[in-house]
Design a protein around this ligand. Structure first.
Ligand code: GUN
Length: 689
């Protein structure tokens, strides 16, 4: 079956990278080339032009390969290959219609010692044979070198960059990051190489680490330089083709991988499984389903002649590797990349140590802050509890955002002013939500009787005020009963006392517990409606403060007298401020809020009075008429950003006169807003026109 050849991208788009969807630093992207779009993260099979274990056309037609990598130095050194490549182009030489990346001979210099080619010459050759993405002749920084030697390699690679870029003359070019095992050199390399007009930055010099399963070292290398590379340029992990490294690397922001392993392992009668490699001789039944082996038993494969066996094993290895990459992409699309990373980590002890090192941040990884800042804090689904969930970046982000923006109410439910350290906390533990249903009687009874109390909920990832009881991720964690019993006290507020009450205690027992704690009864009791009104008020006020970074006291003043339209299940649908304007609506699916244009206008006034830190994007004059009518803000049209953008969070859009023209949900971080040149930056909710 022949798959149609790719469509060339628009001339203006060559080399542009756009982010389609993301889970923190992990991104589903499109890299545009003359030989079609390369959907990332992706695995580039390595083609040895002399051996071609699997025909490149077959890779395109049957394996869905969109981009492959071959070696320009090998082609150049073979008279036959070189002549055909120069006469007909590298796509014809390999019979591959998709995008072709070439390497430059650096790896050969690492394996065989000196090579005979100049940096400029190899670029000119790659240009001559019509590759889509070429590679400069970097110097391979072996991990066993000392600091000074590694530094020289970084400097030498940097010093070859300008001539390489000039020789490329518009051809897309890889600018590899070297620096051995030294984080400061990797950072230096990333900073210097980012200063040149490269299209992709491979992280190089890591093959010896992968061969020895030195995964913690690999993680240290990626985390020392990844966040310093412009977000508009994909990052390639040079020579990383083992499927069990795909998830963690993608989670760290890697977009391209390449693999010779599929063919090399096949030659050794080894199979690449998603979890590791297996020897063919040890296999009695196929432990995973595949198209390649559908009609073969292991016995039949073992009895094939060597050449035929190598070929079919290579096909199996490539099929499994491509499938694992698809699985990783799905995890990114579904916001489950860190869950998947954690699950994958059990496949190899070195991977487990590396994953733990990263998630625990047992070393000072500034990089993980960068991951956290690029992470949505909410998921629109249930979340499966895992051992390390507290360290997943979105959980850390959610806890940080909530604790930064929340304060105690100024009044208790009886309308009495309460100082911060006068509150008596009731901490409900031991049950999974929704607490508004499971603990309603108990909570109402406590609220009706006791003054100066605040109800908090213990979740497996931390404590939240009852006002935020439906806020994802806190409220949407699924797992065994035990996990709701953690007694970690990360309540960052002052308080007078704290009484822990099991969620299944029942109302009378809970009252008893509070009396035992010496908490004061009020002279009169509140009725259910009064309690509901109090919770409604502070749920809206708290969420507004959390999501829009509006000063908590100002949110309180603005929305204390708000009125509500409620739905059939008695949950708030629309919120009207005291002037009667519909300003926002709670989102039932994740416990967030959605602004209306009136709400956005009000927040913009608060922002101008320095009471609100909602991020503001100023856009190009030419784009303003479209955005003000509700069209999305596209990358390339952003002039500046004030405040901190976070994917999934609201932001306001102003024109060149600083007038509000729209509001929406950001898809990007600040650096992406400035650096990216293609794709959606902000999904607009509504414009002022
Ligand atoms: N292939 C594997 N590692 C490297 C590297 O560091 N540089 C280049 N150019 N190719 C590689």
């Amino acid at each position: 079956m022949k798959r149609p050849n790719p469509e060339p991208c628009r001339e203006n788009d060559v080399g542009k990278f756009e982010i389609i969807s993301r889970d923190g630093a992990a991104r589903i992207g499109k890299f545009h080339t003359i030989h079609g779009v390369v959907n990332t993260p992706t695995l580039l099979p390595v083609i040895n032009p002399n051996i071609r274990t699997i025909e490149p056309r077959k890779m395109w037609d049957e394996f869905g390969v969109e981009c492959l990598i071959t070696n320009s130095y090998i082609i150049r050194n073979s008279e036959n290959l070189s002549k055909k490549a120069i006469d007909e182009g590298v796509h014809s030489l390999l019979n591959f219609p998709g995008a072709i990346m070439t390497d430059s001979g650096t790896f050969q210099s690492y394996v065989y010692g000196d090579i005979e080619v100049e940096p400029e010459e190899i670029i000119e050759f790659q240009k001559k044979i019509g590759v889509d993405i070429a590679t400069m002749l970097d110097v391979f920084g072996k991990p066993n070198l000392d600091f000074e030697e590694s530094k020289k390699i970084v400097e030498e690679t940097v010093s070859r960059s300008e001539i390489s870029i000039n020789a490329a003359d518009g051809m897309l070019l890889n600018g590899p990051i070297q620096g051995g095992l030294f984080p400061e050199l990797r950072a230096l390399s990333a900073e210097k190489m980012s200063g040149f007009d490269f299209s992709i930055h491979p992280i190089g010099g890591i093959v010896p680490l992968m061969e020895k399963r030195k995964y913690p070292e690999l993680i240290r290398i990626i985390s020392s330089c990844r966040h310093l590379i412009p977000s508009s340029r994909p990052v390639h992990l040079f020579g990383c083709g083992h499927p069990h490294l795909f998830a963690i690397s993608v989670a760290m922001g890697v977009d391209f991988f390449d693999s010779a392993a599929y063919a090399l392992f096949a030659r050794d009668d080894r199979l690449i499984m998603p979890w590791g490699t297996e020897k063919l001789e040890n296999i009695s039944e196929w432990p995973t389903a595949s198209k390649t082996f559908f009609e073969y038993s292991p016995k039949q494969v073992k009895s094939l002649p060597k050449d035929e066996r190598t070929k079919i094993l290579a096909e199996f290895n490539l099929e499994i590797s491509m499938k694992e990459m698809a699985r990783v992409r799905e995890a990114v699309r579904n916001g489950k990349i860190w869950e998947y990373v954690e699950r994958k980590s059990t496949e190899h002890p070195a991977l487990e140590i590396a994953t733990k090192l990263l998630l625990d941040c047992s070393e000072d990884f500034k990089f993980m802050n960068w991951v956290k800042e690029s992470t949505k804090m909410q998921k629109n689904r249930g979340i499966l509890w895992s051992k390390n969930i507290e360290n997943h970046p979105y959980v850390k982000a959610a806890k940080e955002i909530v604790s930064k923006n929340l304060k105690y109410p100024m009044k208790d439910a009886f309308g009495k002013n309460v100082e911060n350290d006068e509150w008596d906390i009731v901490l409900i533990y031991g049950v999974q939500g929704p607490w508004r249903m499971k603990c309603k009687d108990m909570i109402n009874k406590l609220m009706s009787k006791f003054k100066k109390i605040q109800i908090f909920i213990q979740t497996p990832i931390g404590i939240i005020p009852y006002f935020l009881e439906d806020l994802n991720p806190f409220s949407h964690i699924n797992g065994p009963k035990d996990i709701w019993n953690f007694n970690e006290e990360d309540l960052k507020l002052n308080y007078n006392s704290i009484t822990k009450v099991h969620g299944e205690s029942g109302a009378n027992k809970a009252v008893e517990l509070l009396i035992q704690s010496g908490i004061k009864l009020n002279d009169s009791e509140l009725n259910e409606d009064e309690i509901e009104t109090y919770f409604d008020k502070y749920s809206i006020i708290s969420k507004t403060a959390v999501f829009t970074k509006l000063n908590f006291e100002i949110a309180e003043q603005w929305l204390f007298d708000a009125s509500y339209l409620k739905g059939g299940t008695n949950r708030i649908r629309n919120v009207f401020d005291s002037s009667g304007e519909h300003v926002l609506s709670p989102r039932l699916e994740d416990g967030g809020i959605s602004l209306t244009i009136n709400g956005a206008k009000k927040l913009f006034d608060f922002y101008k009075n320095k009471k609100c830190n909602i991020p503001i994007i100023k856009i190009d004059e030419g784009a303003a008429p479209f955005v003000s009518k509700g069209r999305n803000v596209m990358h390339g049209f952003i002039n500046s950003v004030t405040g901190t953008l976070r994917p999934g969070m609201p932001c306001l859009i102003v024109d060149h006169n600083d007038d509000l023209i729209a509001h929406g949900i950001s898809c990007c971080t600040n650096s992406e807003a400035i650096e990216m040149k293609k794709g959606i930056a902000v999904k607009i909710k509504s414009g002022t026109k």
